[in-house]
Ligand binder design. Structure first.
Ligand code: ADP
Ligand code: MG
Length: 895
C-alpha cells in the first residue's frame, strides 16, 4: 500500500540533503564565469554543447548531463545576470546573423551582435530582470531528476525551467515544454527565448502555427519546443493518421517538462484524447426530428418523473415512466429494450432487414438520450458558448481552465444535439479514429518532470498513475498572504450583496481586486451587477481571451476590479503596482468554491506572490451548485444546521465542513473517472503500439508496401502477373490525369484523385514530384495509400469497439479481436486491389488537394446508467440487476 505521506517525507529527509551540495557547486562555477568576457562565456557554452553532441551512446549522454549539471546551470544563471545588467554584445556568428532577421532582440552592428535585454512578450514590452535564487536552482535540479516539484505560485517557475531545459537540450534529442494553455505557452516561450538563442540553441513554440503549417514540423525539430499538452497529444494522434511521411510533425519523445503539472496530469486527464477521421457523416436529421419529443418530455410535470438528473456524474437518464412515455409518443414498443447489439443473443441469425431495424432503433435511442443531455444537463455559458461569428458554432468550455476547447466536439452525437438545441448550423461528424490517454502519451518520453503550486495535494495520485515522485520546496521569501475564513450565506442573493459591499469597501482602500467566478454566466452576471452598483470593472473570460495580456497587465493597478473565470487562475502573473502594495496588495474574492481545492488554491495564489502582501476570501451560499455533490443525507444535515440561525450570514465552522465535503466528493468522483480512463487506455496500449509500428513502417520505409503486397500474394495464393496487370491498369489512367493536370496547372504539387471500390468512394492524394510520373513513384503512392486506407478502416472499427463499454469477457478476447482485425486488413486489401477504379470526373481532378480538417474529441458521453436507477430497457428492474449486470461484476473483479 502506498503511503500518502511518503513524497513529503522523502523530500524533507533526504532529497534536500542529496541535492543542496549541487546548489553550492553551481554557485561556485557561477562565480568563476563572472570573470569571463561575453565571447568567452559563449565559447564555454558552445564547447559544452560540442562535448555533449560528441557522445553517441544514450546512456553515456545521461551520465554526462548529470556531471555537467553545475556548469550548465551556472551558465544560464550567468547569462540571466548579464541580461539583468544590460544588453550583451558578442562577436557575431552565423546563427546570430540568421536570427537577427527574425527577432527583435538581436541586432547586428558590423562584426558584433547585440542581444538587447528588452523584447516584446505578447506584444507588450518586457525587460529582463531576473537572477536565479538558490531555491530556484534547487527546483531546477529536481526537475532534471524527474520530480514533480511543488513551488508556491509566484516563485518563478518559468525561470526555474530554464535550467533543466538548457541542460537537456544540449543533447539535441529535444525538450518539450508542455503547459496548460496557449497563452502561458507563448508567454513563457517569449520570455525565455533570448537566453537559449544567446547560448546557441534553437527554440520554437508550436502554438503559433496551424496544424498543417510546415513551420509546425520545424518547431518540433528545434532543440526546445514549447506547446500545450493537448497540442502535443493531438499532433501525436494526427501523425498516425498521415498518409505521407511529410505530414508527420513529431519525432523524438525525449524529455518533457510539464508546467502546471497537476492541471495536465490530473484535471485534464479525466477523458482520453480522441481524433476523428475517415468518412464524414451528417446525422443531424434524426436529432431535428426528435428534439420536440424530448423538449416535451423534459418539461412535462408528472407524478413519477420521466427522467432523472445525476449532477455528480453530469448525466441524466430516462426513468421507466419516461421510457414508456417515449414508446407511446414514438409508437415503438421495443424502444430501449436493448442498448447494445451484443445484448441480442440471436443477432447473427437475424436477416439483414431485421438487423437494419434494430440498428436504426439503436441510432434513435442514442439521439433521444443525447437530446436529453443537451436539454437538461448541458447549459449555455456554463458548459459551452455559442460563438458570435457570422455562422455561429458551439464551442466547449474547458471546465478546469475556463478556456474554449477550439475544434473539439463532444462525442456520440451530443455535440449535434446541442447544435440542434441552439439552432446553429450542424457540423458533420467523424468517427473516433485514434485514442490515447495523457498517461500513455507521456510514457513515450524517456523522462518527464514538472512543477506547480499545487503538487502535494495530488502527490499520491501522481505516484499511482504516473509513478512520479513529488517534492515540495520552501518559498524564497515567507508567504504573508492572509486567507480569510469562508463566508456562508443562506441565499445566493445575500451572498452577492455581501460581495458587492466587500468590493466597494476594498476598492475604496486603493487595493486592486480579482473576482474569481465559476462560469462565464456567473462572471457576466456579476460584471453587470457591479456596474449597476457603480463599480467599474474589467471582465476576462473565454469570450475575450484575445485581450488577456492587456487585461492582466492592468489587473495589478491600484483600485482596478477584474472579474474573471478560472482563465485568470493558473500561471497568471498579476503585478501589483507600488500603491497597491502599500495599501495591502491584490485582494482575491472567490464567488464560489471550485470543483477542487487545488483550483481554489490556484486562484488564491494570484496574490501574495514573492513575499508581497495580499489576501483572499471566498463567499458561498446554501444555493450554490457545489452542494449538488453532497449525498441526500448530508444535504439534510446541512439544512438542519442552517435552520438553527435566523441570520442571512451563517457563521459556523461545522457548516463550512459540508462545503469541503461536497468538494471532496466531486474530486473523488473525478479521480475514479481518471482511473477508468487510464485503465481503458491500458487495454488498448499494446495493440496501439503494434498497429502504429506497422503503420509507421508503411509511411517511412519505401519497401514496406511491396512487402505487404508480397505477403498477401503468398497468403491468398494470387498470381503476381494478375496483380501487376491490375496496378498497370490504374497507372495508365492515373498518369494521364497527372500529366493532363500538369499542363493546365504547371505549379501543382499535389493532386487528389477520386476512386471507388464496389461503389464506395474514396480519394487518394498524389504528390507530383518534378517531372516524375514514372510507374514506380506513382504506384508507390498508390499502394501505400491503399494499404493505409484499409489499415485505418479496420483500426477505426477496433477503436470504436474498445471505446464502447466492454465487459470482462470482451476484454479478455481483445487479442483475438485485434489479430482478426489484422487479417481483415489483408482480406479487404485483396478486394481493393481487385475492384478499385478511378472515377472520371475531370472537374474534381482539376482541383489541387486541400488537407482535410478533422475534429478533435475530448468528452465522451455514452449511454451510461447508474446501477441503482431503473434499467433503460424498461424491464422495471434496477440497471445493476438487468442490463447493467456486467458493470458490477467488472468492478468487483478489478478490485
Ligand atoms: P510561477 O510560475 O511560479 O507562479 P512566474 O514564473 O510567473 O511564477 O513568476 C512570478 C513573478 O516573479 C514574475 O513576475 C517573475 O518575473 C518574478 N520572478 C521570478 N523569479 C524571479 C527572480 N529570481 N528575480 C526576480 N523576479 C523573479
Ligand atoms: Mg507559472
Amino acid at each position: 500500500m502506498y503511503n500518502q505521506d511518503e513524497p513529503r517525507l522523502n523530500f524533507n529527509t533526504c532529497v534536500k540533503e542529496q541535492f543542496t551540495y549541487l546548489v553550492e557547486e553551481i554557485n561556485k562555477k557561477y562565480d568563476q564565469l563572472r570573470q569571463l568576457t561575453n565571447d568567452e562565456l559563449r565559447s564555454t557554452a558552445y564547447d559544452l554543447k560540442a562535448y555533449i553532441e560528441s557522445i553517441e551512446c544514450i546512456e553515456e549522454v545521461k551520465i554526462a548531463l548529470n556531471e555537467e549539471l553545475p556548469r550548465a546551470y551556472a551558465l544560464i544563471k550567468e547569462v540571466a545576470r548579464r541580461f539583468s545588467v544590460g544588453n550583451i554584445e558578442v562577436s557575431a556568428n552565423d546563427y546570430d546573423r540568421k536570427i537577427a532577421d527574425i527577432v527583435d532582440f538581436v541586432i547586428i552592428r558590423g562584426e558584433k551582435a547585440i542581444y538587447k535585454n528588452k523584447w516584446s512578450v505578447g506584444k507588450l514590452s518586457f525587460q529582463w530582470n531576473m537572477l536565479h535564487y538558490d531555491e530556484q536552482l534547487l527546483g531546477g535540479i529536481l526537475l532534471h531528476y524527474g520530480y514533480a516539484v511543488e513551488m508556491a505560485t509566484g516563485e518563478g517557475k518559468t525561470l526555474v525551467a530554464t535550467l533543466p531545459v538548457f541542460l537537456n537540450a544540449l543533447s539535441h534529442n529535444g525538450v518539450h515544454l508542455m503547459t496548460a494553455n496557449d497563452y502561458l505557452s507563448k508567454r513563457d516561450y517569449e520570455i525565455t527565448r533570448p537566453l537559449y538563442v544567446f547560448l546557441g540553441l534553437t527554440v520554437d513554440c508550436i502554438e503559433f502555427y496551424k496544424k498543417n503549417d510546415d513551420k509546425r514540423r520545424l518547431a518540433y525539430q528545434a532543440d526546445i519546443t514549447f506547446g500545450t499538452n493537448s497540442s502535443f497529444i493531438f499532433d501525436y494522434l494526427f501523425d498516425h493518421l498521415a498518409t505521407d511521411s511529410k505530414e508527420c510533425v513529431q519525432s523524438k519523445h525525449n524529455y518533457a517538462i510539464i508546467d502546471e503539472l497537476d492541471s495536465i496530469l490530473i484535471d485534464d486527464a479525466n477523458d482520453p484524447y480522441i481524433v476523428g477521421g475517415g468518412q464524414e457523416y451528417d446525422n443531424s436529421q434524426i436529432f431535428k426530428d426528435n428534439i420536440e419529443y424530448i423538449r416535451e418530455l423534459s418539461s412535462t410535470v408528472n407524478l413519477t418523473p420521466l427522467y432523472t438528473k445525476d449532477n455528480l456524474h453530469h448525466t441524466a437518464s430516462f426513468t421507466q415512466a419516461g421510457v414508456e412515455w417515449l414508446r407511446k409518443r414514438i409508437n415503438d414498443d421495443n424502444l430501449f429494450k436493448y442498448t447494445k447489439i451484443s445484448q441480442i443473443e440471436n443477432w447473427k441469425s437475424l436477416s439483414d432487414e431485421e438487423k437494419e431495424i434494430i440498428n436504426s432503433r439503436y441510432n434513435l435511442q442514442n439521439a433521444l438520450y443525447q437530446l436529453l443531455l443537451a436539454l437538461t444537463v448541458y447549459e449555455k455559458d456554463i458548459d459551452y458558448v455559442v460563438t458570435e461569428e457570422n455562422s455561429p458554432t458551439i464551442a466547449i468550455i474547458d471546465p478546469n481552465t475556463g478556456r474554449l476547447r477550439k475544434s473539439s466536439r463532444w462525442e456520440h452525437g451530443l455535440h449535434t444535439a446541442i447544435e440542434v438545441k441552439e439552432g446553429v448550423k450542424t457540423v458533420p461528424d467523424y468517427d473516433g479514429m485514434g485514442v490515447i490517454s495523457t498517461k500513455n502519451y507521456l510514457r513515450l518520453y524517456s523522462k518527464i518532470a514538472g512543477m506547480s503550486g499545487t503538487i502535494l495535494a495530488a502527490a499520491d495520485e501522481l505516484k499511482e498513475l504516473y509513478e512520479l515522485k513529488s517534492a515540495s520546496l520552501p518559498t524564497h521569501k515567507p508567504n504573508i498572504r492572509i486567507d480569510q475564513p469562508l463566508r456562508i450565506f443562506k441565499t445566493e442573493k445575500d451572498k452577492d450583496t455581501a460581495i458587492i459591499e466587500t468590493v466597494k469597501h476594498v476598492q475604496k482602500s486603493g487595493r486592486p481586486i480579482l473576482v474569481g467566478c465559476l462560469t462565464i454566466k456567473r462572471a457576466e452576471f456579476l460584471t453587470n451587477l457591479f456596474r449597476n452598483n457603480g463599480i467599474k470593472c474589467n471582465l476576462l473570460d473565454a469570450n475575450n481571451e484575445k485581450d488577456e495580456s492587456l487585461i492582466i497587465s492592468k489587473a495589478g493597478i491600484s483600485n482596478t476590479v477584474t472579474v474573471a473565470t478560472s482563465i485568470a487562475g493558473r500561471g497568471t502573473d498579476i503585478k501589483p503596482d507600488a500603491k497597491a502594495l502599500e495599501k495591502g496588495g491584490l485582494m482575491i474574492i472567490g464567488t464560489d468554491l471550485f470543483s477542487s481545492v487545488r483550483v481554489d488554491q490556484q486562484l488564491k495564489g494570484r496574490t501574495g506572490r514573492q513575499g508581497n502582501p495580499g489576501s483572499s476570501i471566498f463567499f458561498v451560499s446554501l444555493e450554490d451548485s457545489i452542494l449538488r455533490y453532497l449525498s441526500e443525507h448530508d444535504k439534510r444535515l446541512l439544512d438542519n444546521l442552517a435552520k438553527e440561525t435566523s441570520e442571512q450570514e451563517i457563521i459556523s465552522h461545522d457548516l463550512s465542513l459540508y462545503f469541503k465535503l461536497a468538494q471532496k466528493n466531486r474530486e473523488n468522483y473525478l479521480r475514479e473517472k481518471r482511473r477508468k480512463t487510464a485503465r481503458k487506455d491500458d487495454i488498448i496500449a499494446s495493440r496501439r503500439k503494434t498497429f502504429y509500428e506497422n503503420r509507421n513502417a508503411l509511411l517511412h520505409d519505401p519497401k514496406a508496401a511491396d512487402k505487404v503486397i508480397d505477403s498477401i500474394i503468398d497468403t491468398y495464393d494470387l498470381s503476381r502477373d494478375y496483380i501487376f496487370q491490375k496496378l498497370h491498369d490504374i497507372y495508365d489512367s492515373l498518369s494521364k490525369i497527372i500529366s493532363g493536370n500538369k499542363i493546365v496547372h504547371p505549379d501543382i504539387k499535389k493532386l487528389q484523385v477520386p476512386f471507388s471500390c464496389q461503389s464506395i468512394p474514396f480519394a487518394l492524394t498524389f504528390s507530383i514530384r518534378d517531372s516524375k510520373t514514372d510507374f514506380e513513384s506513382v504506384m508507390n503512392d498508390y499502394k501505400r495509400q491503399l494499404i493505409l486506407l484499409n489499415y485505418d478502416k479496420q483500426w477505426k472499427e477496433f477503436v470504436q469497439y474498445v471505446l464502447g463499454n466492454l465487459d470482462q469477457e470482451e476484454i479478455e478476447d481483445l487479442d483475438k479481436k485485434f489479430y482478426d482485425m489484422l487479417t481483415k486488413v489483408n482480406q479487404s486489401l485483396v478486394n481493393y486491389i481487385n475492384n478499385t477504379r478511378i472515377i472520371f470526373n475531370p472537374k474534381q481532378t482539376d482541383v489541387p488537394s486541400k488537407p482535410l480538417e478533422t475534429p478533435y474529441f475530448r468528452v465522451k458521453s455514452k449511454i451510461e446508467v447508474s446501477p441503482d436507477r431503473p434499467c433503460p430497457c424498461g424491464s422495471g428492474k434496477k440497471y445493476s440487476e438487468c442490463h447493467g449486470r456486467n458493470t458490477r461484476k467488472k468492478a468487483k473483479r478489478r478490485r
